[in-house]
Design a binder for this molecule. Structure first.
Ligand SMILES: *Cc1c(COP(=O)(O)O)cnc(C)c1O
Length: 356
């Protein structure tokens, strides 16, 4: 069997969820969209179901996958419905929906049902992606409040730059939010992971942690005492499947991106960009070889990559090579590869997932 594996530590996931909930001081919606950022949405939802206040997903397809797997906790469609035709399914499966555009307000008002829907009304407080303007938001709140099929709402907004601790933008968004919700009935929800870790003064009834559940630090490399308590959930690893020595001046792999300046012992590892490892990881990208820090050399190919074993005399055929996990962490690895800690696990494919 090909030894490329993603080990997923569900106890670490629970630990990180508890940390997020404690930092938020209220309820926490575990964001498991995009297949739980590549970690497997159903497995993560099952691991958290006993304690999570609810789950956040990107679309009804993701929500129905959870319901089909027997998840009964609240599930929020973070972007709402894409089409009014989804509303009967939302009722049937007891889903919660964001309402973030005027056309969604209109569709909801025109919808007829005996059921009472749970709506998270979304304000655009400055990100300018989804959400209603302050005036639209207050008008929508008044209109939806009169509908018998809309229950108590949650008032939400989303931060654009909470990972930048020196930016004034997050506080400006909070001020806009406070102005918009003044006097309106409803619980509130603001914080994503970077806000939870970096803006402890921002309070709301519900927080919406995503990335931090998986143990990655969105504030890196800015120091954060809370982020230091996170535990990485995914360990991506494989094994050395071939070893060879190359002499001075000899090239390695596609494009001869690495040329040996000294006799070099090369380990070939069964892991490539088709597994989700970043294709453009440069020479020198950190890896762990049988637990000892080492480096990638040569261009990453679809199914294989190469590491320098010259300083690892103990390592050889069958040695375990860790690509990410406790070291290097997703947050350390991402900037070296011109990508983000969000994207790395989302790219995971083919490598077998093993739940611990
Ligand atoms: C994805 C998402 C989150 C989670 O964000 P993280 O930065 O991963 O914590 C929270 N709220 C909304 C609306 C989202 O789309």
């Amino acid at each position: 069997m090909r030894p490329a594996q993603a080990l997923i530590d569900l106890e670490a996931l629970r630990h990180n969820y508890r940390l997020a909930r404690r930092l938020g001081g209220g309820k926490a919606l575990a964001v498991i969209k995009a297949d739980a950022y590549g970690h497997g949405a159903v497995a993560c939802a099952r691991a958290l179901e006993a304690e999570a206040d609810g789950f956040g997903v990107a679309c009804i397809e993701e929500a129905l996958e959870l319901r089909r797997a027997g998840i009964t906790k609240p599930v929020l469609l973070l972007e709402g419905f894409f089409d009014a035709a989804e509303l009967p399914l939302i009722v049937e499966h007891g889903l919660w929906t964001a309402v973030a555009s005027q056309w969604q307000v209109d569709a909801l008002a025109a919808f007829r049902t005996e059921a009472v829907l749970k709506v998270w009304l979304k304000l655009d407080s400055g990100m300018h992606r989804l959400g209603l303007s302050v005036e639209e938001f207050r008008a929508a709140h008044a209109r939806l409040s009169t509908l018998p099929h809309v229950g108590p709402m949650v008032l939400m907004s989303h931060f654009a730059r909470a990972d930048e601790l020196d930016s004034t933008r997050t506080q400006e968004q909070v001020d806009t939010f406070n102005r918009a919700v003044e006097g309106l009935a409803g619980e509130t929800s603001l914080c994503n992971s970077p806000a939870l870790l970096g803006w402890p003064q921002v309070r709301s009834d519900w927080v919406r942690p995503g990335l931090m559940l998986y143990g990655a630090d969105p504030l890196y490399p800015q120091p954060s005492p809370h982020a230091a308590q996170l535990r990485p959930v995914m360990t991506l690893q494989s094994r050395v499947i071939a070893v060879r020595e190359i002499g001075i001046g000899e090239p390695l792999g596609y494009g001869a991106r690495f040329v040996a300046e000294k006799p070099t012992r090369v380990g070939v590892v069964a892991m490539g960009y088709a597994d989700g490892y970043p294709q453009f990881a440069p020479n020198g990208t950190p890896v762990l070889i049988d637990g000892v820090p080492g480096q990638l050399i040569g261009r990453v190919s679809m199914d294989m990559l190469t590491v320098d074993l010259s300083d690892h005399p103990q390592a050889g055929l069958g040695s375990v090579v860790q690509l990410w996990g406790n070291a290097p962490t997703l947050s350390e690895l991402a900037p070296r590869c011109n990508t983000s800690a969000y994207r790395l696990p989302c790219s995971l494919k083919r490598a077998e997932k093993i739940y611990l």
